[in-house]
Design a binder for this molecule. Structure first.
Ligand code: LLP
Length: 420
């Protein structure tokens, strides 16, 4: 799926499925996020088809986009959820994802969060540290129940992705070192309230090559064999998420090619396979639509100043991420080079430098592509800007699935004490 597969131009006008973006913009006002439900469904089906010959469960990584309409779309297809907080558990459950399809990752789970997850009966805790395991054991014992656990293993593999989203190297905070795994499982097996059932790994996000996955899964397979020899009943391997998407011209292995590699490394273990994809399900199913407020001519550059800013989409300033920037109406104009910036009072509020975009005027609509994952979920109201609404499209229907708050909503969250 390319960034524009579900956002094609027809007669120079950008559509999402069967609706012109311009028509949505008239009703919703920019900036807004816009998702194609067909794109989400198609990505999910690709995973499901690729793993249909396995006992596999897709646990969508809720952090990528936790809108209830997105979660409901996936729940209806049978998806489980990979969650990292009590909030994400609430969201998953309220969208109809059953507790027994939830895996709980998350690096510093609190006692309250563990208690809540245990009371629901989730499928598995992906345990990140020995002290966390002890806390889970304590809580499970006090509730007179048993927690099914897997340790997240840090295999010390370089994911060859951006440093801020690389998680599987020894220096990263995630998981327990593979060298300590056998000891950790031994300790776990001796703890009350704990059922050791699996092994979990996630080495990073936006991986464009299969090689790091393969290396990690090879190590995990060897570990499973060792753990079984040590007497542990390992029946689940959680392979994490991380498969990348095309933002510009990255050539990403298909989900089928990824699945073939996973099966080559792990199928012989006869384990249930858990997948935790986020970006590869949602990334190219969404766009951020904004309006050009001004075209400003600086001394050296021309700036396209948008009504969307880094508070709406932080990826370019945070990870130097590339997102295609496309005029919603290409008209008959030619390409021109712009710095595309937002209205926030920071130089970092820049979506792209020296980028070719069809010549645009104030009032024109601009689409920032590949924003379905890690877009709206990472937004803030910095500069007291409204959180951008989210819109879901299916065929020729659309709905606002998160509405824009009012200024009152925002100000009323604050409290001025009467002693001031
Ligand atoms: N499982 C675990 C344990 C994770 O930490 C993550 C993502 C995933 C699954 C899903 O990975 P995906 O399939 O989406 O690559 N905000 C960053 C990405 C952070 C990813 C964090 N973990 C970005 O905008 O690029």
């Amino acid at each position: 799926m390319t960034p524009v597969s579900y956002f094609p131009h027809q007669n120079n006008e950008m559509y999402v499925e069967g609706i012109a973006i311009r028509d949505i913009a008239k009703q919703v006002q920019t900036p807004f996020y816009c998702y194609s439900s067909s794109a989400i469904e198609a990505s999910y089906q690709d995973y499901q088809n690729a793993f249909s010959d396995q006992d596999a469960l897709i646990c969508y990584a809720v952090k990528a986009n936790s809108n209830q309409a997105v979660l409901t779309t996936l729940a209806k297809l049978g998806s489980g959820a990979d969650v990292v907080s009590m909030g994400e558990i609430h969201r998953a459950i309220s969208a109809g994802i059953p507790a027994n399809k939830i895996v709980y990752s998350g690096v510093a789970k609190t006692q309250d969060e563990i208690t809540y997850a245990l009371s629901l009966g989730i499928f598995q805790f992906n345990v990140e540290s020995e002290p966390e395991l002890e806390l889970i054991s304590k809580v499970a014992t006090s509730l007179n129940t048993t927690a099914a656990v897997a340790f997240r293993i840090n295999p010390d593999v370089c994911a060859q992705t951006h440093a801020k989203i690389s998680t599987g190297k020894a220096e990263n905070k995630f998981g327990i070192p593979i060298s300590k795994a056998r000891l950790a499982y031994k300790q776990a097996a001796a703890l009350p309230g704990i059922k050791v059932q699996g092994v979990d790994v996630h080495i990073g996000s936006q991986l464009t090559s299969l090689a790091p996955f393969k290396e990690a899964y090879q190590r995990i397979a060897e570990l499973v064999i060792e753990l079984r020899a040590d007497g542990h009943d390992i029946s689940v391997v959680d392979v994490g998420g991380g498969l990348g998407i095309t933002y510009l011209d990255e050539v990403i292995p298909s989900k089928q090619t990824y699945a073939d590699m996973v099966k080559a490394q792990l199928a012989h273990l006869n384990c249930k396979i858990i997948l935790e994809p986020g970006r590869s399900l949602l990334g190219n199913a969404g766009t951020l639509v904004s309006t050009v407020v001004f075209v400003k001519t600086g001394e050296e550059r021309q700036f396209l100043m948008l009504d969307a800013g880094m508070n709406d989409l932080i990826r370019p300033s945070m990870y130097e991420a590339y997102h295609q920037i496309i005029a919603v109406n290409k008209g008959t104009k030619s390409l021109k080079t712009y710095d595309v910036v937002g209205p926030v009072c920071e130089t970092g509020d820049t979506f792209a430098k020296a980028r070719a975009v069809h010549e645009s005027d104030a009032g024109d609509l601009i689409a920032i592509m590949s924003c379905g994952a890690y877009g709206a979920v990472m937004s803030s109201s910095y500069n007291t800007r409204m959180l951008a609404p989210e819109v879901m499209v299916k065929g020729e229907q659309f709905a606002v699935v998160r509405k824009r708050p009012s200024y009152e909503d925002i100000i009323n969250q604050d409290v001025t004490p009467d002693w001031l």
